[in-house]
Design a protein. Structure first.
Length: 232
């Protein structure tokens, strides 16, 4: 079967990169980039992704400027991380963090629609999944563009290990309700934090990002959700 193609909504490039960032992108990205196997039915050989063995593999979809992913790779030296981000400025930002920290050997980047990558990951291969402040597409006619939907959640359920954590955040109330409803329908994710009164707070190992700071400055209160993949 011919591989599905997906349209990435939104921008890939907002403005021309500064010469230093462009040089960094050209120098560092080729060695870290994940290219999908030519056979549309083939899965990625995760054992060949990293130069040294890793204890666990985590995935962040839409890593923005890379602050969160860079923090996680620094704080978890036995973990490998895959970051998905089609936005060129975000990729360059992450590469800057990795170059400064010397942690690039435990990071791989998929610079395209994450759903194309999900199709190629083996079952029960991901130990933690992050989807933080993805575009809420607030207009009703754009809701179909939201990352969280029945198909994507089924893909998450397939690739996550039993007991793996799925972390999600948003500052858009409509998207929070949408996500709670869609995840509840999936029935393979259980909230790890009880919701009663106040929303769960951001865990200490979940650093504040530039986007969160901007949301709070504009009077929007972010919501942080943690789910656990129910054992098969």
């Amino acid at each position: 079967m011919e591989e599905r193609r997906r349209r990435v909504y939104g921008r890939r490039l907002s403005h021309r990169l500064r010469p230093g960032r462009q040089a960094l992108l050209e120098r560092a990205l080729p060695a870290l980039r994940i290219d999908l196997p030519e056979d549309s039915r083939a899965q990625i050989d995760l054992g060949k992704l990293f130069p040294a063995p890793i204890r666990d593999l985590w995935l962040e979809i839409g890593f923005g400027a890379g602050e969160h992913l860079a923090h996680q790779v620094r704080a978890n030296p036995a973990v490998g991380l895959i970051g998905c981000e089609p936005f060129v400025q975000g990729i360059a930002g992450l590469l800057r963090h990795l170059e400064a920290d010397g942690t690039a050997n435990r990071v791989r980047i998929f610079p395209d629609d994450a759903r194309l990558l999900l199709d190629r990951l083996p079952d029960a291969s991901i130990g933690r999944l992050f989807v933080l402040f993805s575009d809420p597409w607030p207009k009703k006619r754009h809701h179909k563009r939201r990352l969280i939907d029945a198909e994507t959640l089924s893909a998450f359920a397939r690739i996550l290990k039993d007991g793996a954590e799925f972390r999600w955040a948003s500052d858009d109330g409509g998207y929070v309700e949408w996500t709670l409803e869609h995840v509840a329908r999936n029935e393979v994710f259980a909230l790890s934090d009880r919701i009663s009164g106040d929303w769960p707070q951001r865990p200490v190992d979940w650093p504040e990002t530039r986007y969160e700071q901007k949301a709070r400055a504009q009077g929007r209160a972010p919501v942080f959700l943690r789910y656990v993949r129910v054992p098969r």
